[in-house]
Design a protein around this ligand. Structure first.
Ligand SMILES: [Zn+2]
Length: 307
């Protein structure tokens, strides 16, 4: 990323992005730090084509290029300024932003705000799957959702099984520090889902510490080093301390901002939580990082997102 701008507060935000044109200009600079390029001939010289449409015409080959083409912002009926403000609000609050709050703050209806948030979460997830956890990892399973009456599923009374992996490293004085995290909603906790999640989220050769549940030794056959650490008589949180801390934070986040989650979109909420967690040391850069994530993502029709 060559160009960066991070507005610090709302006053600075509106000073930096007072108009639709200012947002568009910033978007072009973030997407093409060396200047916008014609899709047709690779030229960099454009006529502004139509004022009411975000389209530029190449001076050489006359091909039309839109700065939002191929991104989740393309063909949106919501102004860029509202999108920018949404990204700013999402980046500003560590707990995120509900669709209801977003709709009030940027002046769009609830469904529009909901769709924007889901597109942004999709962009966050797409960004994070490009990275894998490596080195030392803790992996565990958890269950999210309302208690199921009468029947117990898995080891808890909650509904949806989720696999959690948190990387950690050892400091100079022997203390352990959390690195990055990944989470995956799965149909059930078994050898197949554990191995599939590990292959997606973790570099081969990494050492994976678990509570020794029977589904985890299979990791050894798939290129991971397995370090079983059974609970036995110890307190559960001393066995996998990093996962335990991470999950405690997640539960506070889930209960605080979203008041319980539907299973249908649970993965997207978890993706947002991981995205923020993985960039917690870069909080000041979150606005531009989010904008870049939105610009890199291929166009995602809402029909796919809401399935
Ligand atoms: Zn051209």
């Amino acid at each position: 990323m060559v160009y960066q701008y991070q507005p610090l507060n709302l006053v600075e935000f509106f000073a930096a992005f007072p108009t639709e044109e200012a947002c568009e200009y910033h978007l072009i600079r973030v997407r093409w730090p060396e200047g916008m390029v014609c899709n047709g001939c690779g030229g960099k010289d454009f006529y502004r084509r139509i004022r009411t449409r975000r389209v530029y015409q190449c001076r050489y080959c006359r091909h039309l290029t839109s700065p939002t083409a191929g991104t989740i912002l393309h063909k949106t009926r919501t102004s860029l300024q509202r999108w920018f403000l949404a990204l700013f609000l999402i980046a500003s609050d560590k707990r995120g932003c509900s669709a209801l709050l977003l709709s009030k703050q940027i002046g769009v209806d609830y469904d529009t705000a909901w769709a924007m948030l889901h597109r942004i979460r999709h962009a966050m997830a797409t960004r994070d799957v490009q990275y894998k956890l490596s080195g030392l990892i803790e992996m565990d399973e958890m269950f999210i959702g309302a208690p199921t009456e009468g029947k117990k599923r898995g080891r808890g009374t909650e509904q949806t099984p989720v696999l959690v992996a948190v990387s950690f490293f050892t400091g100079k004085r022997g203390g352990e520090y959390m690195g990055f995290a990944a989470m995956r909603v799965v149909g059930q906790i078994d050898t197949t889902t554990v191995v599939a999640f590990a292959k997606e989220a973790i570099e081969p050769g990494s050492r994976v510490r678990t509570d020794g549940l029977s589904v985890y030794p299979a990791l050894e056959k798939h290129g991971f080093l397995h370090d079983p650490n059974p609970v036995r008589r110890r307190k559960a949180h001393t066995v996998l301390p990093h996962v335990h801390t991470f999950v405690s934070n997640l539960r506070a986040f889930v209960l605080g901002t979203y008041h319980g989650l539907g299973e249908k979109h649970l993965q997207q909420y978890l993706d947002e939580f991981c995205y923020r967690f993985n960039r917690r040391r870069h909080h000041d850069e979150l606005f531009d990082r989010l904008l870049l994530a939105c610009l890199e993502k291929d166009e995602m029709p809402l029909s796919v997102l809401t399935r």
